[in-house]
Design a protein around this ligand. Structure first.
Ligand SMILES: [Cu+2]
Length: 166
């Protein structure tokens, strides 16, 4: 009887050992010698959509023409105001007589009026109102020649001014 108990114990131990080995091989002993599966190659990123082409520039090759401006000189009993005006070539200056007596803007120098270089006018250059401006009357002149152009009042020669054309 004692032998059968021993046999049962041995069988039980054997069974326990078999279960233990089986558990180890199931959970911890599965150390595979196969190399790890290669990582999946990175997914190819879709190429970004090309940026839209900028709209072509207008066909015009010439820059817009510079806008000319007008500056006004008021004539009073005190003379020309402002007495110095700075403009760009192609700009216009407007003289407005705010005095009750006539005034006559014209290129320096009195009496020849030849300082401004564009020929013409009534005496010595194109820069000449060629008559006395009445009260409220205005006269416009466009300066195409660059330079510093002195002028005067042909009817009151002590009144002087200057136009700087850049
Ligand atoms: Cu004069």
């Amino acid at each position: 009887m004692k032998t059968s108990v021993n046999v049962i114990l041995i069988l039980a131990l054997f069974l326990i050992a078999a279960v233990a080995i089986s558990g180890c091989s199931q959970y911890g002993g599965n150390q595979s010698t196969q190399p790890p599966a290669p990582l999946a190659p990175p997914q190819a990123q879709p190429a970004p959509a090309p940026a839209p082409e900028p709209a072509p520039a207008p066909a015009s090759q010439t820059p817009p023409a510079a806008k000319s401006s007008v500056k006004t000189v008021y004539i009073s009993v005190l003379g020309f105001g402002p007495s110095i005006v700075v403009i760009k070539a192609g700009d216009m200056v407007r003289w407005v007589n705010n005095d009750t007596v006539q005034h006559w803007p014209a290129s320096a120098a009195h009496p020849t009026h030849t300082v401004y270089t564009e020929p013409g006018g009534c005496i010595g250059s194109k820069f000449d109102a060629c008559h006395g401006l009445a009260f409220g009357e205005q006269w416009n002149f466009t300066f195409n020649a660059k330079g510093t152009w002195s002028y005067h009042d042909h009817l009151k020669t002590i009144s002087r001014g200057r136009i700087v054309v850049e």
